[in-house]
Write a protein that binds this ligand. Structure first.
Ligand SMILES: Nc1nc2c(ncn2[C@@H]2O[C@H](COP(=O)(O)OP(=O)(O)OP(=O)(O)O)[C@@H](O)[C@H]2O)c(=O)[nH]1
Ligand SMILES: [Mg+2]
Length: 228
């Protein structure tokens, strides 16, 4: 993300990355893949999930065995999932501050939004950088619909490329079209499940997402903090 103020200095504390996208596109599945990939690179991690009226996703991540369950917090978003990530992110900011206080040296918090439509975006008071996850099962015309999530996110992830042949979507074409629509902003294809399909069939895979996070968020933020 290019910050609008060149002399901006990143605040101390962990970086925060938002993960938004329509219901069922694979946001939690992506988190389950990112946790081992990021912690394997020595990054100290925590997770906040937003569900409408339950803590279902937080419980799933806690039970996954991938991360210390104490590092996972749930925010109940209520009826309107984008309100708590955009208009009034107080609950998510409080959860992030709690995690920062509980785990000194925390590098990064992943925040999953409640499943929404193509219109959700994150407040930059809440996150440093955010990605939007769609999947091929929603149709190959989704990038063309140009919702704010597709146009404004720092990274567009097109998930479930393994399903493309079954839903009659040309995976290469949807990636090409999304890249053309987003111009210079990155688009990466992946398969959060089944495991082992990363990088197969032209997908960019989880490692490409982690490389981008490393470069665009963690490295850039550390450089800003050093400069400050
Ligand atoms: N075939 C396939 N299935 C996937 C993939 N990623 C996720 N799924 C499945 O898609 C379904 C939804 O995944 P979730 O990770 O729960 O999606 P989500 O975006 O977190 O859903 P909400 O939080 O309810 O909005 C689950 O049944 C996953 O197993 C993928 O790459 N390929
Ligand atoms: Mg989820």
């Amino acid at each position: 993300m290019t910050h609008p103020f060149p002399d901006f200095t990143a605040p101390a504390g962990p970086a925060r990355i938002g993960i938004g996208g329509p219901v069922g596109s694979g946001k939690t599945a992506l988190i389950e893949r990112l946790i081992p990939a990021l912690t394997g690179r020595g990054i100290s991690l925590a997770v906040i999930t937003n569900d409408l009226v339950t803590d279902e996703d937080a419980e799933r991540v806690r039970r996954s065995g991938l991360i210390d369950p104490a590092r996972v917090r749930a925010v109940e978003a209520g009826a309107c999932p984008h309100t708590v990530i955009r208009e009034d992110p107080t609950l998510n900011l409080a959860a992030a501050e709690d995690l920062d206080a509980a785990f000194p040296g925390l590098d990064l918090i992943l925040l999953e939004s409640g499943g929404d439509n193509l219109a959700s975006t994150f407040s930059l008071d809440l996150v440093d950088w955010w990605m939007f996850v769609i999947d091929v099962g929603q149709g190959d015309d989704i990038p063309r619909k140009r919702g704010p999530g597709i146009m404004q996110s720092d990274l567009l992830v097109i998930n479930k490329l393994d399903l493309a042949p079954y839903v009659h979507v040309d995976a290469a074409a949807i990636l090409r079209e999304a890249r053309a629509i987003r111009a210079a902003r990155p688009v990466l294809g992946c398969c959060c499940r089944p495991y082992g399909r990363d990088g197969a069939d032209g997908t960019d895979g989880i490692d490409a997402i982690v490389d981008l996070i490393d470069r665009e968020v963690l490295f850039t933020r550390a450089a800003r903090q050093d400069a400050g």
